[in-house]
Write a protein that binds this ligand. Sequence first.
Ligand SMILES: CC(C)(COP(=O)(O)OP(=O)(O)OC[C@H]1O[C@@H](n2cnc3c(N)ncnc32)[C@H](O)[C@@H]1OP(=O)(O)O)[C@@H](O)C(=O)NCCC(=O)NCCS
Length: 153
Amino acid sequence: MAWHTSFNDVNISAFLHRKFKVTLNALGGFTFRVELERFKEDRAAVKVLLIDDEGEAAKFTLESHPKCSGIADSIDTFVAERHRNKKIAQFLSVVKCELAIYLGFSMLLATVITSNDIENHILLKNKWVKGETFNNKRTGHDVIVWTYKLNAV
Ligand SMILES: CC(C)(COP(=O)(O)OP(=O)(O)OC[C@H]1O[C@@H](n2cnc3c(N)ncnc32)[C@H](O)[C@@H]1OP(=O)(O)O)[C@@H](O)C(=O)NCCC(=O)NCCS
């Protein structure tokens, strides 16, 4: 049975609201919205949005790796400009780890361009492990590969 068949947007959203009730209350006025997309028999993506009264305040997506069911790729992390520098991304970094564990993953993987000092700072601060840096020949970007081992949490 594929990992995502026992999950849906409702039970993931309930998990996040239960787990982060205190922080959500402290931040004030935010709720989670979850969009689960099953795009292959054994693959899915879970998009998590933080919603305020203006709409989308922040988001990230965990997507199952194509060939290793233990890895979730962390992609599309974004905080709306009106909420930047309030540690929302650092809160979401914790949310990502807890959600990935809940979904049964063992490792998080993220790629970040070297010039994104803020995101690289956040990952290092949150104890992600910095791997190889490489030049992506398709885009010309220098990219850092970051991992976070969930079994060690
Ligand atoms: C990167 C991004 C998600 C950060 O969101 P955020 O909620 O503003 O980040 P936080 O407030 O949680 O943390 C910002 C941290 O970066 C630090 N920072 C700010 N400017 C910095 C800079 N130029 N260089 C290094 N660190 C910097 C802050 O001091 C803070 O760290 P601290 O808590 O140790 O002081 C947000 O800027 C964004 O959405 N950017 C566009 C999309 C993007 O780049 N996504 C990541 C793709 S991989």
